[in-house]
Ligand binder design. Structure first.
Ligand code: 13P
Ligand code: SF4
Length: 317
């Protein structure tokens, strides 16, 4: 039997792409009544063609309010899944089906079910970076932009489990003074930043402020002048009179920062290991403009889920 080599397969794929991807995507979008939602960690081309760019909360709200028939989610699987939970009748597409999330993967349903069962009196607050199955086992879903506010609204006497991110959980504990039982998950990208490297950068750039995502470890957050969700970090850079920032989150965010504040300098916090691009999310970066075009053209990869899971996941959202 004739089997195509990888090079031949790639050649076929590339030859099926139109010369102007931006124009072709726009045309397909109109034909399908599709909307493109993109996270700030996506590559610049995808951010530029997106109808809406945002953090997890903004994108979930956009997905809830859209009147488009097709949602193309340029982000990772849990984000597209959230869009599907909110829009069961719409077609939700993810440019690369393998765009997962190390944090979501660090909380597997069977293990979490046992953990939850061992603490039946606890209220389960889960960060949106988790699978639909984990959402279905949760009482409340939060994002990095509302986690502190949500915990503050829960009565002091109510014991809480927070999952899956231990770093965001510890940050919430420090901000609220609450004792919370934490699931020990984390993000490989945000754990790559080192306090030592950031301190060395601060010496080189004494005027710069350090801004960090709360998924970073405590040692990094202790050195931050401002901590917030991706949208909050962008907003802070716009409001601040400071001209230079060391950015401790995925560097895809710097594209928007540059666009909004071209006269300011944004320095990506380096990874701990000099020999890798570990500060770039390997899952977010699986999506490309080419895959986005093919996803709309072929209406695939499609996000699907069992209706009982969807309904259970919808409640805490
Ligand atoms: P935000 O909600 O702050 O955009 O965070 C999403 C994320 O995956 C961070 O790693
Ligand atoms: Fe998941 Fe981390 Fe990538 Fe965000 S940066 S999508 S938490 S792996």
């Amino acid at each position: 039997m004739f089997t195509k080599t990888l090079a031949q397969q790639n050649k076929t794929k590339i030859s099926t792409l139109p010369p102007d991807l931006f124009e072709s995507i726009e045309t397909l979008k109109k034909e399908l009544n599709a909307v493109i939602l993109a996270h700030y960690y996506q590559e610049p081309d995808i951010q530029d063609i997106a109808d809406i760019i945002g953090d997890s909360l903004q994108l979930a709200k956009a997905a809830a309010n859209t009147d488009a028939d097709v949602i193309v989610f340029a982000g990772v699987h849990f984000m597209a899944e959230t869009a599907k939970i909110l829009n069961p009748d719409k077609l939700v597409l993810l440019p690369d089906a393998n765009a997962g999330c190390s944090l979501a993967d660090s909380c597997q349903p069977s293990e979490f079910a046992s953990f939850r069962a061992a603490h039946p009196d606890h209220l389960v607050v889960s960060y949106i970076n988790c699978s639909a199955e984990i959402k279905a086992m949760s009482d409340i879903i939060c994002t990095s932009s509302n986690a502190v506010k949500i915990i503050e609204q829960i009565p002091e006497s109510q014991p809480i489990i927070f999952a899956p991110d231990k770093n965001l959980g510890q940050y919430v504990m420090r901000q609220t003074g609450r004792q919370i039982l934490l699931w020990q998950g984390s993000c490989i990208v945000h754990e790559t930043f080192s306090e030592k490297k950031i301190t060395q950068l601060k010496v080189k750039h004494p005027e710069a402020e350090v801004i960090a995502h709360p998924e970073c470890e405590e040692a990094v957050l202790c050195n931050a002048d401002y901590i917030g969700s991706t949208a909050a970090l962008i907003n802070y850079c716009q409001q601040s009179s400071v001209k230079e920032f060391i950015v401790a989150t995925e560097p895809g965010i710097i594209h928007q920062m540059h666009k909004l504040e071209p006269s300011k300098t944004f320095i990506p916090a380096p990874p701990n290991n000099n020999n890798c691009d570990c500060n770039e999310c390997p899952f977010m970066r699986l999506n490309t403009l080419e895959k986005l075009y093919l996803a709309i053209k072929n209406r695939n990869p499609v996000i699907t889920m069992a209706e009982n899971i969807r309904l259970a996941a919808l409640l805490p959202i």
